[in-house]
Write a protein that binds this ligand. Sequence first.
Ligand code: AMP
Length: 298
Amino acid sequence: MTAAPPQVVTDLTALRGLVSQARQSGARIGLVPTMGALHPGHLSLVRRAREECESVVVTVFVNPTQFGPGEDFDRYPRDLAGDLRLLGDTASLVFSPPSEAVYPTGHATTVHVAGVTERWEGPLRPGHFDGVATIVLKLFQMVGADVAYFGQKDYQQSVVIRRMVADLNVPIELRVCPTIRESDGLAMSSRNAYLTPEQRRQATVLSRGLKRVWLAYAQGQREAAVLANLLADSLAEAPDLVTDYAALADAHTLEPVERVDGPAVALVAGRLGRTRLIDNCLLDESLDPAQLDRWMMT
Ligand code: AMP
């Protein structure tokens, strides 16, 4: 596999041939799973993969099984040509399989991760994490990468995948990369394109609330109820936002905490009209200061 521009492969046998060629030439294989509609958040994962791997496979597949009934599968933005332009020469290969190749007729196997799926997104999106775990394991099996890159933006997803990889002895390293934000703090997401200008304005309350939480934490506040109230106060500034949850949880188990004495995460999710937004902030004394500095600028 060479760089510039990325080769698009839709066939699994062809993918495996190219990956094994790259491996034979000594390349480390990086995998960035996406649903397309790429933005700078995705590109940051691809760049990180590029730094660590000689060969980078980006998958573009809008996975039907992770969307619930009434969710946005049909209207989810799809623009492979735009995605390829954006990727330029950062990816070696784009794997964009047809749905029938991923879910053959009669498919009957689902990966279910218990525990860490049971709160937050789990009950609100029944079946979502089964769909995520199943597609991610399938992509791991199809690509055979050494390292896979995920965004902290979908924090619970990253915890679920880490659990699955450990439980099923999947031979892959995981990297969870910082959330990339718009200049006003809003976490970048393919779904932001659905927001009306007024909703877009109100959407900043999520990151503003998390920033307030982080500042209070940095100043020594450890009471989860106090931190959660700061978050709730910010969310209340958006009249059209319907909050799904705003809470402090253990960073590993995702169980709610009363005090932030170890690594924790502030998790927030809500809806503006039909658009669902999620965001989070890690509260950990070993936080990457560069990430926080960038955020604090906004
Ligand atoms: P998606 O296409 O939404 O399934 O996302 C593909 C990957 O990109 C997932 O690992 C996401 O967590 C990650 N991602 C999405 N948005 C961002 C962002 N703003 N910053 C960093 N990573 C992101």
